[in-house]
Design a protein around this ligand. Structure first.
Ligand SMILES: [Zn+2]
Length: 326
């Protein structure tokens, strides 16, 4: 494992080990696939991984005004994987769809007529995605492994490719950038790269909670004197496994605790209607600000009669009868 400019550089095999030991408090439900477009293969010399990653970080900070590099991971043409933004922070990947996502950038231009993805990179993209969905118990389906192309750029709504979209991760990415291409080519490869599922004895998840203070510390004991091991930001949704004197445990295996006063309880739900309108207030008299597709996961922050307020990044209220609580 090498480190340069603050990025960790890993071969796929090392990544599998590293991610198993890497603790993340944020609830991760989705994996996004992107291509960098620029830089592309012509910028890659075979040894300048960290320089390219640093240049992307600079560009995202200075040109786009973001806090950090947009993506959590970059996959290079030779199959090497570099870390980027902390997994504890939402990426700047797909407008409207970042809160619970992991963002992967594949270095290259994979539109038709652009770069032809090398076999080493193909294996690494599939293997990285498989390792992530395995580690965070994300179902390897097209609801949870998504392409940038499937989201409208202006509204952030999932349209599966209609409306104003980018071609990202490329019209020739793994056989094509459409939903049917992912289901035919990419997702079966991811599933076959997952280890035969090992059944772990885990403490059951009790509920979910969202961070309500601007930031909150995670400590290695249920007490103010516990060592700070991580910091989570406002809006992050956490899994709660246990409680002790006002402190909440965030991991089934590890000692990770957060003060209960820093979070609010939320409920996880899945959209059960083919399409569900999001409205600016709790009733049909309020204007429509967006929509959700069947099977999409949401978190419910508040209930007012039959209207439920959902994750702040989706921004509004939906009719509760079209949500199935999980
Ligand atoms: Zn993209």
């Amino acid at each position: 494992m090498e480190q340069q400019y603050g990025f960790i550089s890993l071969e796929l095999e090392d990544f599998r080990t590293w991610i198993k030991q890497h603790q993340v408090a944020r609830t991760l439900l989705y994996v996004q696939q992107h291509h960098t477009f620029i830089p592309d293969y012509s910028h890659f010399t075979g040894t300048n991984h960290a320089e390219l990653q640093r240049n992307m970080q600079r560009f995202h900070r200075t040109q786009n005004g973001w806090a950090d590099i947009a993506q959590h991971f970059t996959v290079f043409p030779d199959g090497r994987i570099l870390t980027g933004r902390s997994l504890e922070k939402a990426p700047a990947g797909i407008y409207g769809f970042n809160q619970h996502a992991i963002c992967i950038e594949n270095l290259g231009n994979f539109d038709l007529g652009g770069d032809v993805m090398r076999q080493e990179q193909r294996v690494a993209v599939v293997g990285l995605t498989a390792a992530l969905v395995e580690r965070f118990s994300i179902p390897p389906t097209s609801r949870h492994i998504v392409y940038h192309h499937w989201f409208d750029l202006a509204s952030g709504q999932r349209t599966n490719g209609s409306g104003r979209t980018k071609s990202c991760p490329g019209t020739a990415f793994m056989g094509g950038n459409k939903l049917v291409d992912a289901e035919q080519y990419f997702l079966p490869m991811v599933r076959s790269a997952m280890p035969a599922s090992q059944i772990e004895s885990r403490a059951p998840l009790r509920y979910y909670a969202a961070v309500s203070s601007s930031t909150a510390s995670i400590r290695n004991q249920p007490s103010r004197s516990g060592k700070k091991i991580n910091l989570v930001e406002h809006g992050a949704v956490l899994r709660i496994y246990d409680s002790h004197r006002g402190w909440l445990r965030l991991s089934a295996q590890q000692e990770e605790w957060i003060w209960g006063g820093a979070v609010v309880r939320v409920e996880r739900a899945v959209v059960s209607a083919p399409q569900l309108n999001i409205r600016s207030g709790p009733g049909t008299q309020f204007r429509i600000v967006g929509s959700l597709l069947e099977g999409q996961d949401v978190f419910v922050y508040e209930r007012r009669a039959n209207w439920f307020r959902i994750s702040p990044d989706l921004g509004g209220w939906v009719a509760g009868r079209y949500l199935a609580m999980v």
